[in-house]
Design a protein around this ligand. Sequence first.
Ligand code: SF4
Length: 216
Amino acid sequence: MDVSLVLTHDCNLGCSYCYTGAKFRKRMPRETADKALDLAFAHGPEAVQLSYFGGEPTLELPLLLEVATEAKRRAEAQGTKLVQTVTTNGTLLDADAIQRLYALDFYVALSIDGVRAAHEVNRPQMGGGSSFDAVERCLRLLVAAGQPFETISVVTPKSAPFLGRASSTCSRPGCPACRSTPATRPRGTTRRSRPGNRASSARQTRWPAGCAPGGR
Ligand code: SF4
């Protein structure tokens, strides 16, 4: 059973290719998350994948940690294999938060568009200003933690010229997986539904070796 939990529609960044459209502060009630867990763990499944999205899911970090803790409890009680992932812009994660995520066996997908110049053309703070220093700090913390994670870079015409240098940021020693995905909008799709945005990238996440339910 695969379940995606959109914890909030809000975000602290204002990316040019954002799939959420207008941001608004609507938080997932804990009761909704619990119902999702009821569904995921019904009938004693062999494996469960829980993916935490937004908006920016770490804006609701206490809720995320509460739900993930409950999911881990249920998985251990039932003998269910559990994979939990969070796709994040990383700007709100400090060392303590990362430690707490890894204590719950999370797999982290960090959105960073390569080098500073590429990142800054598309991923400003909401209201303006650079988000690069904050996300790069998160990248360093993830590397230092030594746990599985990946980086996701969205490539647009504006950031494409920096693609070659992007590897110097994302492919540093200790970063096990880097993916780039084009921001394209095929005919007949809306800005909200286009592939190549962060949501669709996250859904294509390849589980790290040994983590994939069902041995994928
Ligand atoms: S793409 Fe992600 S990080 Fe960027 S504004 Fe949208 S929700 Fe926030």
